[in-house]
Write a new protein. Structure first.
Length: 402
């Protein structure tokens, strides 16, 4: 079953669609069915996995994308349409893990190639059915291989050690330092990173990374700014999509991004990201990439994490130029999520005014079929960060009171 709808005439335009990179014949999926991937902590929550399935529908273009029906409600789609957000022309809805797996198997049996956001077990999706050789993606995303892709001198000092040597190696290091998992599984949201500030953190790393044979031990660098630099490549050319400032907790857990004014980066950062993507293309990569680069107090860019997939900042960055052409007041933006115990139709009125004013762009909506709760993901916009923060606080109150 596909979802069809009428679209708003004043559509925002992404810089690159999935179809422009993957082609229109592949099936794209960002859903991860259980069992939960160990190094993606947010994916332990079923509702989160369903929301992620619709995260990239607005840039799908002609590419077919598997989306949870929880994100395809009529009222939710209507909100996206009124905001001017394009929707996947070929969004195929699934209801649960079983239905998803049935649909995935059906497409594979029909000979369709699969472009997957995260690493899939070979039993679930045969290697030959994937759009790109999974060994290429696994190599590029492994935290052990960062030095193979980043030019010399543009990464924090790091060592790769057997996990059993961690306690011995930590004695020679000054706190804080960073431990990262070496794994072939997908990682994200800080799930494969532990910042060691005290001995308890070391024990936490050993417990969390017990399945790893090796670990990366990396120097802790205090950055003045941390950004995610985004690119897309079809294997022939590389296109810069923009950069976003990262909002991160002290423990390394990712919270969101700032965009636009105040999040601009010097050309040396963009050049570093482009060189990383160029090195990946030489190894056969095609797709999207978001590279975490920190800027030191003396202005040096250091790449400390590489993600060869679409990142949390990719979709807002894709629409920011189109948004700013539509409204000069949208000089900066912030990604933000809101949830409620109330159903979607009861909370959507809270968004009517900011969406109509172009100060809130809904990126996805979610309706839980079990507890009746709902959630939305927004790009909040304003003339400056203070205005955006005030809007975020106001919407938070509105969702609580809805």
């Amino acid at each position: 079953m596909s979802v069809s709808h009428h679209q708003h005439r004043d559509l925002l335009e992404p810089i690159r669609t999935l179809a422009s990179v993957f082609g229109g014949e592949v099936l794209y999926t960002s859903f991860t069915p259980g069992p939960v991937v160990h190094f993606l902590p947010d994916f332990q929550v079923e509702s989160y996995r369903h929301r992620v399935s619709a995260s990239h529908q607005s840039i799908a273009g002609e590419t077919t994308i598997l989306c949870s029906k929880r994100c395809l409600t009529p009222e939710g789609l209507d909100l996206l349409r009124r905001a001017g957000l394009p929707y996947a022309q070929n969004a195929e809805a699934f209801s649960d893990d079983g239905d998803y797996l049935d649909r995935l198997e059906s497409h594979i049996s029909a000979g369709r190639r699969i472009a997957a956001q995260h690493t899939y077990d070979g039993k679930l999706v045969p290697k030959g059915a994937l759009w790109i050789d999974p060994e290429i993606v696994t190599f590029l995303n492994s935290k052990a291989n960062l030095a193979e892709l980043v030019p010399l001198g543009f990464a924090p000092r790091r060592d790769i050690i057997p996990k059993d040597h961690l306690l011995q190696a930590s004695v020679r290091r000054t706190h804080p330092f960073v431990i990262k998992a070496v794994t072939t599984l997908s990682t994200g949201s800080g799930g494969a990173v532990v910042i060691v500030r005290k001995e308890d953190d070391l024990e936490d790393a050993l417990s969390r990374f017990q399945s790893c044979a090796e670990l990366v031990v990396e120097e802790f660098v205090k950055f003045t700014q941390s950004v995610c630099v985004n690119f897309a490549t079809d294997g022939r050319s590389i296109e810069y999509l923009g950069s976003a400032e990262q909002i991160v907790e002290d423990n390394g857990h990712f919270l969101g991004n700032w965009f636009g004014e105040g999040a601009m980066v010097p050309s040396v950062v963009i050049d570093l990201g482009e060189e990383i993507m160029r090195n990946a293309v030489r190894r056969g990569y095609r797709g999207f990439g978001g590279f975490d680069i920190g800027i030191t107090p003396d202005g040096r860019p250091l790449a400390f994490d590489l993600n060869f997939r679409l990142c949390a900042s990719t979709i807002p960055l894709q629409f920011l130029p189109s948004i700013q052409r539509r409204s000069k007041a949208a000089r900066c933006g912030k990604s933000s999520g809101f949830s409620s115990s109330k159903p979607l139709h009861q909370v959507l009125p809270v968004l009517e005014v900011p969406v109509a004013a172009g100060m809130a762009l809904p990126l996805l909506t979610y309706q839980d079929p079990v507890d009746g709760g709902s959630a939305v993901r927004l790009l909040l916009l304003g003339e400056d960060r203070d205005q955006v923060d005030r809007l975020e606080a106001s919407l938070g109150t509105g969702f609580l009171q809805a």
